[in-house]
Each structure stands twice: as C-alpha cells, then as structure tokens.
Design a protein around this ligand. Structure first.
Ligand SMILES: COc1nc(N)nc2c1ncn2[C@H]1C[C@H](O)[C@@H](COP(=O)(O)OP(=O)(O)OP(=O)(O)O)O1
Length: 192
C-alpha cells in the first residue's frame, strides 16, 4: 500500500536488489498517485512451517495455475483478514489453525493496465492440526528450504521468502507487466 511505502522508508540493502534510485523515486511517486485512484483487492497468503521445511500448494486451477504458492485467497465480507487466511488455508489444504497466525508482511502488487492493486497479507505458523490433503484447488507438498521450486513460482517469491522463512517482518511493492515480467520492486524489512 503506498502509505506503507512511505511509513517504512529504511531500505535494507540486503533485500533491495535490482532497482535504481530513479526507479524507486518513480515508483514511490507512482504509488502516491495510484493510491488516490485505485481500490485494493485484499488477499491472504499463509505459510505452514515445520523445522527446515515449508508447505506449498501446487495451484491446479485459476489464477497462477501450475505454480507453487502458499495458501490463501480473497477475504470475504464479514470476516477479518486473519479469519479469511485461516478459512482459505483450511479450504485449500485441509489444515486448521486455532492459535493466532503470525502476520509477517504485506505485499502490494500492481499490474500494468489494471487499476486494481492486490494487497496480499502474508502469515506464517508452526502450529496447525490435521494432515495436508489435496483439494480441488491445491496439491500440497513439503519442501526443504533449499529445494523451494522458485522457477515454478511467482517471480517475486524468491525476493522475500528468506525474510518470511526467517521470521522477519517486511513489506513490499511490485509492479508486473503480465504475470511473469517484474518491472520494479522494493522490499523493506521492518523492525518491530
Ligand atoms: C503477483 O504476485 C503474487 N505472488 C505471490 N506469491 N502470491 C500472489 C501474488 N498475487 C496473488 N498472490 C496470492 C494471493 C492469494 O493467496 C492467491 C490468489 O488467490 P485467488 O485469486 O485464487 O483467490 P481465491 O479466493 O482462492 O479465488 P477463487 O475462490 O476465485 O479461486 O495468490
């Protein structure tokens, strides 16, 4: 969300890769403009962890079909973002979480020629009940951190997964042209 761009302006050089300063300035200014004209679509993305491994789901249909991702989707009317995250996790993987999820980040995605910004709330948890099951939408599989299949994932994922896996808090802004061409981005680690 553009306001978050402003609120957390301390860039971590470790995670601020591949964008020149002019590009960042343009992106921030562009963000401010976008904020006044766009409506955000609020989505969730949940990562279930066990020591050294993360559970990902292979998307069998719809948006980003054929790619691996965490579990999540649109927040429905009448539910909090975290309730939406738990519901989507259960629908897509069969797992339930009764404790609070750890809210580790917010990612903003802009797509060229699309006025709608995606506001993706990222959660992680080590605490869950159930056994992952294949659903109509996702096929779950545990991956060791070193085996995460980044080539079959959204191009932004390799840029922020290490923060998420290491329990850091972060936000990010990404501008895509189509689904595979990441034009600009910035990622900020947040000190709580
Ligand atoms: C653009 O980059 C993205 N990267 C990553 N890693 N994840 C993303 C990106 N854009 C969206 N997502 C996530 C956010 C959600 O978890 C899903 C999209 O959810 P979907 O559109 O399938 O929402 P549902 O409510 O499940 O939709 P249907 O019920 O209509 O299937 O991807």
């Amino acid at each position: 969300m553009p306001s978050r761009w402003m609120a957390h302006s301390s860039f971590s050089s470790d995670h601020f890769i591949g964008v020149d300063l002019l590009g960042v300035a343009r992106a921030i200014l562009g963000g401010a403009k976008i904020m006044s004209t766009c409506k955000n679509k609020v989505l969730t993305l949940v990562f279930v962890l066990r020591p050294g491994e993360v559970l990902l789901g292979y998307k069998k249909r719809g948006f980003a079909q054929g790619w691996w991702n965490g579990f999540g989707g649109k927040v429905e009317a009448g539910e909090t973002i975290e309730e939406g995250a738990k519901r989507e996790l259960h629908e897509e993987s069969g797992l339930s979480v009764s404790n609070e999820l750890d809210h580790v980040g917010v990612l903003m995605f802009e797509f060229v020629n699309d006025p709608v910004l995606l506001e993706v709330h990222v959660y992680r948890t080590y605490s869950y009940t159930g056994t992952p099951i294949e659903t109509e939408e996702m096929k779950p599989q545990w991956f060791k951190h070193q085996d995460i299949p980044y080539k079959d994932m959204w191009p932004d994922d390799k840029l922020w997964y290490s923060l998420m896996l290491n329990g850091k808090y972060f936000n990010g802004n990404f501008k895509f042209e189509g689904l595979t061409n990441l034009l600009e981005y910035e990622i900020n680690e947040i000190t709580k």
